[in-house]
Design a protein around this ligand. Structure first.
Ligand code: NOJ
Length: 708
């Protein structure tokens, strides 16, 4: 957010002119689904500050009505454009945030942000409730699909990239969420309390928000839950002191859905709605999403002198600042034509990103296929299921669930369609095989087995479904559900090669399914083109380059299994499960091999403020060109508080031709090695640091740095 003197002066004039009602109106966000129609109408007429989940022509109508109000302040229209403008049927639907994180490609993720911004702007809207900067370390949580994975540094880098993409052209505002610690609620249960010290907050949860604020994020959304018992909605320290004062955030804070009302109805933190309203404003929330008690109560309390006007003026100033920055006051504000929605140019970005989002987890050499099979059996509950492939936050699920027969208007590819398209000369047969939820009739399994027997090769498509992902859909059991393991055993028994494609919201315990497969491709929620890209990968039309942004558990109770844990006293191993995760953070195969050698540092000693360059040779030793993600980690050998055994501190994706060696340089700010000490201060402690570079955790070359 840039502060422009001219705009600030204008806002000062407006604040002097506005009534209390008009000011509080700016702080109210209204949605059609939750407000009674007459209340919604009231806010339309008086000029509500913001509306959400309104699409297309409806937004134009409300905007026109606001232009008739005394102050003529335009509303800001918010939308859950989470992976593309995905609530609008016909817009480009990208893979989920977790899926695109597998690309480790900030440039492409920024492009995704730009495409989404263009489509949202063309649809008449201004503000995307994205990205999610929660850390996906407890994969029981139902919203892991919405995260960029488990690592704070990676989340920050990819978050900053998409924020830049959203905001760079001035078309929409981003909203980074959910502030703070939402991803790690107790037991992975959505919106419960997160037990976290300020030290932990500063070490793990805050850095991505800091990075996004630096990247220019205009708005921040407060989480539902609480941190160590204090509801985020009233967390004055985290909102006012840390976010606004310490990080210097100049945009505005919006609560999540009905946060203010929930202080009384769910968290039992206040006896009256009025107290909730007052505490939420005092803590630093500038706009209230959907708490219908907010408007009247805030007006009354301001008039009674219970809520200081300076808080209100500051909140309204922040909201107007964002509206000015977006050009909403400009009568001739340019909107892109609706024809950009779903354009060929946008689809091309999606295609590139979807290819890079696929992770090859297993391959016994079967991929890429050496020859075109005569007959392919595509088997599995997610083989022809676009709802499961899209995942959460599309028109299928929000704002209201669409009917079962609702069809996407975009040119989408399930895996079945992808295989039929890419293997146009093969005979392709299909059976669902089993259900993901509920019982499976034996006949489904036997039909699938018979089809598999009759084919040369089997593509098995398993995973999870929409009912298993999203708000309030946390899972205690992360095994493949329904009869999916039984189906995989039967497919294996046919003796036919089995290539498994996983379509799921988050890491599941897929050990047994992987053993029954010759190759495994992780797609997560692949959006419009997931099925096409998976088929292209199988055919060898491109070399897979995705790397996991999140670790896979071997068993449900092994959670959390994220990579950057502290040293365990007894090694951190369970007696009944093999050590470590099934697939590590940073892991992913390619059709070629990369060898790392000759790691050097631009200096062996350094001090706070220094910038170093870490260089390494990477050789593509195979016979296919490819993209390799060079990952850099560090370890602080001895530190005053525990630090992770390995922590990501840089990465770069490079294209390397078969047989070629590329010298890759990674910049490194020595202050990245800082820790949060016992006094909650971020400090760089002197000592020896190991710097490790490689393609994944298992194969790293190390150099030593002495920090003085
Ligand atoms: C609830 C969700 O927690 C948040 O992510 C979303 O943006 C808002 N509601 C608006 O739908």
């Amino acid at each position: 957010m840039k502060i422009l003197k001219e705009t600030e002066n204008k806002i000062t004039e407006m604040l002097a002119e506005m009534t209390v009602e008009e000011k509080i109106g700016q702080m109210q966000q209204v949605s059609l689904e939750s407000f009674r129609p007459e209340v919604f109408e009231r806010f339309r007429k008086l000029g509500g500050g913001s509306f959400l989940h309104v699409l297309s022509d409806e937004a134009d109508k409300i905007r026109a009505e606001a232009a008739e109000t005394r102050m003529k302040i335009p509303p800001i229209f918010g939308i859950d454009a989470i992976h593309g403008h995905s609530l609008l049927n016909g817009a480009v639907i990208f893979p989920s945030q977790l899926a695109v994180a597998c690309s480790w490609n900030p440039e492409l993720i920024k492009e995704m942000g730009k495409v989404t911004a263009r489509e949202v702007n063309a649809d008449g809207l201004d503000w995307v409730f994205s990205p999610v900067l929660c850390i996906g370390r407890d994969t029981r949580w139902g919203r892991v699909d919405e995260t960029f994975g488990e690592d704070s540094y990676l989340v920050g880098e990819l978050g900053a990239a998409i924020v830049e993409g959203y905001e760079e052209d001035g078309l929409v505002a981003a909203c980074v969420k959910h502030y703070l610690g939402y991803g790690e609620a107790t037991g992975g249960r959505d919106s419960y309390d997160t037990e976290a010290s300020m030290r932990k907050i500063r070490e793990v949860f805050l850095p991505p928000f800091k990075r996004a604020v630096e990247a220019g994020a205009s708005t921040v959304m407060t989480a539902y839950g609480s941190i160590s018992g204090t509801p985020l909605t009233v967390h004055r320290k985290l909102l006012r002191e840390v976010l606004k004062e310490e990080l210097g955030f100049e945009g505005f804070v919006v609560t999540d859905w009905y946060n203010v009302g929930s202080l009384r109805t769910k968290q039992m933190a206040v006896e009256s709605y009025g107290d909730g309203v007052r505490l939420a404003i005092e803590a630093g929330n500038d706009m209230s999403m959907n708490s219908f008690q907010f408007y009247d109560s805030a007006i009354r309390q301001v008039k009674e002198g219970k809520i200081p006007m300076e808080y209100i003026d500051d909140a309204v100033r922040r909201i107007l600042r964002v509206k000015f920055a977006l050009g909403l006051f400009d009568e001739n504000k340019k909107r892109l034509p609706r024809s950009v929605i779903g354009s060929a140019e946008h689809i091309a970005v999606n295609h590139k990103l979807t290819r890079e989002s696929l992770v090859l987890l297993e391959n016994n050499g079967i991929l890429p296929l050496k020859e075109t099979p005569k007959k392919i059996a595509v088997i599995g509950p997610n083989a022809d299921n676009i709802r499961a492939q899209y995942g959460d936050w599309t028109f299928f699920s929000h704002p209201n669930a669409s009917p079962e027969d609702c069809k996407p208007k975009s040119d989408y590819y399930t895996i079945l369609r992808g295989i039929k398209t890419v293997f146009a000369d093969s005979e392709v047969v299909y059976a669902k095989g089993c259900n993901i939820m509920g019982e499976t009739e034996k006949s489904m399994l036997t039909e699938a087995e018979a089809l598999a027997e009759s084919a040369d090769i089997v593509i098995a498509v398993i995973g999870d479904c929409l009912a298993q992902n999203g708000e309030g859909k946390d899972r205690a059991n992360l095994e493949l559900s329904g009869a999916q393991n039984e189906l995989m055993r039967r497919l294996k028994k046919t003796g036919k090669p089995v290539i498994t494609v996983l379509v799921n919201g988050k890491p599941l315990c897929i050990g047994e399914a992987a053993k029954n497969s010759d190759a495994v491709i992780e797609m997560f929620n692949g959006g419009d083109l997931g099925g096409l890209c998976a088929a292209e990968l199988i055919a060898g039309r491109f070399n897979p380059s995705g790397k996991l942004p999140i670790s896979f558990p071997r068993a449900s109770a092994q959670i959390p299994c994220y990579y950057n844990q502290y040293n365990g006293w007894h090694g951190g191993k369970y007696m009944d499960v093999a050590e470590g995760s099934l697939y590590d953070f940073g892991y992913g195969l390619s059709f070629t091999n990369y060898e790392y050698s000759d790691i050097t540092l631009s200096s062996d000693t350094a001090r706070s403020g220094d910038m170093l360059t870490v260089s390494v040779d990477v050789t593509n030793t195979g016979d296919m060109d490819g993209y390799e993600t060079v990952q850099m980690y560090y370890n602080d050998r001895f530190s005053s508080v525990l630090t992770p055994t390995r922590q990501l501190c840089g990465f770069r994706k490079v294209f390397i031709r078969a047989g070629e060696t590329v010298r890759v340089e990674l910049p490194l700010a020595v202050d990245a090695f800082s820790l949060v000490n016992i006094d909650e201060k971020t400090v760089l402690e002197a000592g020896i640091f190991d710097i490790m570079v490689g393609g994944h955790l298992g194969a790293l070359k190390t150099a030593e740095l002495s920090v003085v």
